[in-house]
Design a protein around this ligand. Structure first.
Ligand code: M6R
Length: 366
């Protein structure tokens, strides 16, 4: 049931507030300002004993892992490695009883993620499955299951699962910080208070859909688009680029903004479009100077920034403004325009949005 939307993907983008709410609601005890450990269902893992975290995933799930790393490391002080499952399988990552290996997979059936988590388990790591479907192979393999409650995702392009994964990974980071007493109680309470606001903030960004539809019209005939961001906006740039290529077959690449001058800036001329993620966060000034460099070379700039930021708007060809919010809410909000932009470009181009060519929803072959 597409719920009145033209495509499953559009419905699933609009399902994001509820996907996040369901994934976090019972797990956040707002009154006590604590994570409800029992609801995280981590019954077998010994969170107090962990000194290393490994996140294993593919595609969009991998980007959710890359993003969450910024938060988990900040909350816990524990080193986090994010591994592409298809690569991790062919290395010999060092894991032991003090490693928490988290397999992040919407379907719970991705073969590479399954094999990589099997390796971690065989080498004594504590394993957690973060999956969106009950009764999966990955869920079966792991010591514990920390479910996502995004609801069934039908569109091949993963959207609401990404937001649910991000919220669950942030919660898991807070849980470890709580168990290991790495953050003061008040700080945990503060983060929880912010996290529960995410669904209503996403609702606000969803109202930008028709504006993004208009902007997308201008970019459907380009040959290539770069996406840039700094800090935790970088994995969102990667996610934006993946969505665009997958849905519209336009070449796209995500880059850490600071890497531009180490190569990709050579690509910039008046034919290049760059999607710039530059909300008002700790990286803002630096990202703005990257945008200036692109502008000086004639590149077209589509920026996603904080509402009312005239400085950014004035140096951009197009500007999408998201509401001002705290650092923990921010990545959820800059993701939504990435999904909507790719969606509307695909619709304008007339590609098969819910079932792009050459792709399968669940990749169960190597
Ligand atoms: O089911 P999984 O989360 O393990 O799937 C991983 C990737 O195959 C998946 O995220 C893929 O990259 C999506 N089509 C991206 O939109």
């Amino acid at each position: 049931d597409r719920g009145g939307f033209d495509h499953y993907m559009l419905k699933e983008i609009h399902d994001q507030p509820i996907a996040v709410a369901k994934t976090i609601e019972n797990r956040c005890d707002i009154e006590k300002g604590q994570i409800n450990l029992r609801k995280m269902t981590l019954f077998n893992t010994k969170l107090k004993e962990i000194n290393r975290i490994q996140i294993i995933a593919c595609g969009t799930s991998y980007y959710a892992g890359c993003l969450s790393r910024y938060f988990i490391e900040k909350f816990t002080g524990i080193p986090v490695d994010v591994e592409l499952a298809s690569e991790s399988r062919y290395r010999t990552p060092t894991v032991n009883v003090h490693t928490l290996s988290i397999a992040v997979s919407q379907s719970g059936e991705t073969i590479d993620t399954l094999q990589a988590i099997k390796f971690a388990k065989a080498n004594k790591a504590q394993t957690v499955a973060m999956v969106n479907v009950p009764g999966t192979s990955i869920g079966h393999e792991c010591d514990d299951e920390c479910m996502l409650y995004a609801g069934p995702e039908v569109g091949v392009a993963s959207t609401k699962a990404f937001s649910a994964q991000l919220s669950a990974l942030i919660l898991l980071g807070l849980t470890i910080a709580q168990e290991q007493e790495k953050l003061p109680k008040e700080k945990i309470a503060e983060y929880i208070n912010e996290l529960v606001k995410v669904p209503s903030f996403i609702e606000k960004v969803l109202t930008l859909s028709s504006k993004i539809k208009e902007i997308a019209k201008k970019y459907c005939d380009v040959n290539s688009i770069l996406f840039i961001g700094r800090g935790y906006q970088w994995p969102i740039a990667l996610e934006g680029a993946l969505k665009l290529k997958e849905l519209s077959y336009i070449h796209a690449e995500g880059y850490a903004a600071g890497e531009l001058k180490h190569g990709p800036i050579a690509l910039i001329d008046e034919n290049m479009t760059v999607v710039c993620l530059a909300p008002k966060d700790q990286y803002y000034e630096k990202t703005i100077s990257n945008i200036e460099e692109i502008r000086a070379r004639g590149g077209k700039i589509l920026s996603v920034g904080t509402e009312g930021d005239t400085e950014l708007k004035n140096i951009s060809n197009d500007f999408i403004g998201i509401p001002e919010c705290s650092e923990i809410v921010l990545p959820f909000l800059t993701t939504v325009p990435m999904h909507l932009f790719a969606y509307w470009i695909a619709v304008h181009k007339g590609t098969d949005v819910d079932q792009p060519r050459n792709l399968a929803k669940s990749v169960t072959v190597e």
